[in-house]
Every structure is written in C-alpha cells, then in structure tokens.
Design a binder for this molecule. Structure first.
Ligand code: LLP
Length: 427
C-alpha cells in the first residue's frame, strides 16, 4: 500500500502532483510520502502488538533526519551500524535506551560513543568483538549489554550480496559456536550476554526463513539460559520484503504469525530492525528525460538520474517499476506485470549520464515512447536509494522532499558544486 497514485493521468504523491515538485525542486529528486511511511510502521506495531516489541528502524535504509525524527516521534527506536548512524539517530531525537547497534567491525571509539550514550544493546558478531566490548566497557566503568548475533545457516533466500544467514558470509557467529563464545564471558563483570540476534537477509518475501530462524533461536536461548546467562531479548532483525515488481510482499501479520509464537515460548522481549518495509514503498525517484537514442539495435532513454542516485539495479539486478509521471492518453498506470505485452510500448533501457555501461535504472523494459523533458517516476526507491547514493562523476546528490497531504517540505537540499569540494578545500 502506498500513497502514489494516478488521477486523470497525473501522478500524485498524496495530494501533490509530482510534476509540481519537479518544477519547484528540480530533478533528480527523491519524493517521500509521510502517510506511506507511517502506515508501514503502524502495520508492524499492530501486527506484533501482542508481544509489545521494540521496533528499531534501521537507519542504514534511509537515514534522513526528518524521516528518522518521524520514526522516533511515532514510537520507534533505531538500529544503527556505525558511529555515524548513531549520531543520526541521536540527532533525530532517538534515545540510547531504544537503540541497538549491529555490525561486524565496531571500532573502539564507536563502542565508547555508544556506551557513553547508553545504547541499549550491542549485537555482537564475533568472539573477539565480545571480549573487546567487555574491555572497552571496563575502561569506562560501564557494563555492556550484548546479544550474540547468530548465523542460523538457512537455505538461500534473497540476492547473494544481501543474504546474511547462509554459510560462508561474514555475519554473525556460526550456530555451533554460540554456546562456547557465550561461555567465555560468563561471570565477566563488564559484558553481559542478555540476548540473541539474527538478521536473515534482505529483502525476504517468504515467512519460512523467519519461522526456521525463530525455531533455532528458541533452542539456543534455552541452552544459553542453562549455561547461566539471563537471556531476556530476542532480536529477529529486519529484512521484510516489499513490492518491487508487483504486489509481491507479505503483510506484517504474516511475519508476526511465525515470529510471535517463538517469542512467547522464550518469554523474551522481541526486537525488530525493519528498514525497507517501512520506507521502501514510501519513496520514488523523479527524473527527467534528456535524450533518446538508438544504437546497436537497442533503444535508450537517457534521463538525469543515474547509478550514483540509485545503485540497486546495477548492483543487484534489482527491478524498480518505472513509468511516466504524466502518461499519454490511452496508456495505463504502471503495469502490474512488466513481462506481459503492454500496448503502445517497446523495449528500452533507462540509463543515466554516468560514464559506465553499468549505469542503468532498467534494462530491456517495456515503456511507451518518451519525449525529451518528460518526467519519469522510479518506484519503491525509498530504501537504499539516497542512503547508497554517491558523488561519482562529481554529481551533486539529489534533493529529498517529504509530502504530507498537501504540504511539502524540503528535507535535504540538492548538493552544490561547492559541497563536492568543501572537505578538500578545508584541508
Ligand atoms: N538489521 C541488520 C543487522 C541489517 O544488516 C539490516 C540490513 C537491517 C536490519 C534492515 O534490513 P531491511 O529491513 O531494510 O531489509 N542495500 C541492499 C540491502 C542491504 C541490507 C543490509 N542490512 C538493497 O538495496 O537491497
């Protein structure tokens, strides 16, 4: 469900026509719908209400301060993976007591920063990290609370680059080693193992991996308790999939149905770290057609957004729906099935200005004939869009705009050429 819809062949975000935003703020432009964002947070809160979860919005997905502030003011905590993300979470009104910190490579200054801000939980990914966490905490006269991140070794479930719970990835502790690692800090006054963490991968369109992962967690928590650890937290991470190609995502309720029973069995407090599920369908990337060309027997539409704005298509082969903001008479709204014959369309590559053959938003995509100056919307761009953008080719990063009903707020201005060189000039 999202609040991007066509009315009289004009695409709106809530009650604002996207063409108006392009006029006002230029392109490429990320446009977010506040109602969509909050709807998805609320879906999770309601689906899991029975076990009163701590829902920690995953800052890496889209760390814009205004969006994070909305999350905090609607009851979410934060999942962070670096000192920079912790800084964002705190700047957005997050409180340490509702922040969890994951990542395989936390540095000592980052750990000190997190401890100084009373971060609720460290999701620990290796034995050395666990001991180091204790050492750093001791040096500050603090006690660190840790959840051991386990790799539950489940069958592949998403793109290999973002599957984090198969054998052979850098994340978490091998499931066979968790008990030994935990044993090593039993009685350590500076670090307490109080939880178990897993993040299975992202995006995941099936509930089965959560069912299997949670079942393994129940057993492990039992064993950890037998060992003498006071386990009170089960963190099931994020990863819930969204609609990209079609209406393909599971509702929050479906994930709750497989996770909640396990949580109840353990008596633990549930932590979730959703990112994409909340913000993914709440954003589109708006761009403008520059040129069309035909070369090597292929049709290209060259528009002003590029791989530096949205790297997912070239990095993961991800599919994002793309459609004109003001389709010509007779054209439908974006089709439900892009593989099908769509009348008045032909196969085109949607590419950007960056100097790489891998710079595309879509390949071999059925699209109508497009005119120079026409606006395009790339859908489901709210998650890992701006967050993974770069200045490659010295392209200033896009602006971001938040729509709430009829009101529009610029939440990140477009970068300037001066912004690009500022850190170098300041040396
Ligand atoms: N928790 C942990 C420990 C994570 O590593 C992640 C994502 C999340 C939570 C949030 O996952 P989500 O709910 O957003 O699926 N750049 C890739 C996705 C990488 C995900 C990294 N970790 C993409 O664009 O598909």
């Amino acid at each position: 469900m999202d609040h991007f819809h066509y009315k009289d062949r004009v695409l709106y975000c809530e009650q604002v026509p996207l063409a108006q935003l392009a006029e006002q703020f230029g392109t490429p432009l990320f446009v977010y719908s506040q109602a969509t964002l909050l709807h998805h947070l609320r879906c999770l809160q309601e689906a899991f209400a029975e076990v009163n979860p701590l829902i920690c919005y995953s800052v890496k997905t889209n760390g814009n301060l205004t969006l994070c502030r909305l999350m905090a003011s609607h009851g979410a905590g934060f999942d962070v993976t670096s000192g920079g993300e912790l800084y964002r979470a705190l700047a957005a009104g997050g409180v340490g007591e509702k922040i969890v910190y994951a990542g395989v490579g936390k540095t000592d200054p980052e750990i000190r920063y997190a401890l100084a801000n009373n971060v609720f939980l460290f999701n620990v990914e290796s034995e050395e990290e666990l001991h180091n966490l204790g050492d750093v905490a001791r040096s500050m006269g603090r006690v660190a609370r840790a959840a051991l991140r386990v790799n539950p070794d489940l069958p592949p479930k998403t793109h290999a680059k973002t599957d984090t719970s198969v054998k052979g990835v850098k994340f978490g502790l091998d499931i066979e080693t968790v008990l030994d690692v935990a044993h090593g800090v039993l009685g350590n006054p500076s670090v307490q193992v109080v939880g178990l963490h897993m993040h299975l991968g992202s995006p995941i369109l099936s509930t089965q991996p959560y069912k299997d992962g949670a079942a393994k967690a129940v057993v492990l928590i039992q064993r950890l308790r037998e060992q003498g650890h006071q386990i009170s937290l089960l963190n099931m991470g994020g990863g819930f999939g969204i609609h990209y190609r079609k209406q393909e995502a599971q509702p929050a309720q479906a994930f709750a149905e497989v996770i909640v029973p396990a949580v109840k069995q353990t008596g633990c407090r549930l932590i979730l770290e959703p990112g994409r599920f909340i913000v993914g369908n709440a954003g589109v990337l708006l761009s403008r057609v520059l040129y069309r060309k035909e070369t090597g027997g292929k049709h290209y539409v060259i528009q002003d957004a590029a791989m530096n704005d949205l790297i997912r298509p070239t990095l993961y082969g991800s599919f994002h729906r793309i459609w004109p903001v003001a389709p010509a008479a007779g054209l439908p709204a974006p089709p439900d099935d892009y593989e099908a014959e769509i009348p008045d369309t032909f196969v085109q590559d949607v590419v950007g200005p960056v100097c790489e053959s891998g710079d595309f938003l879509a390949q071999n995509r059925r699209l109508p004939i497009l005119q120079r100056g026409e606006l395009l919307a790339t859908f489901s761009a709210g998650a890992y869009g701006m967050a993974m953008s770069s200045n490659y080719n010295s392209r200033p990063r896009a602006a971001e705009v938040l729509v709430d009903g009829t009101s529009v707020q610029l939440i990140r201005r477009r970068e300037t050429y001066e912004d690009l060189v500022r850190p170098e000039v300041e040396l």
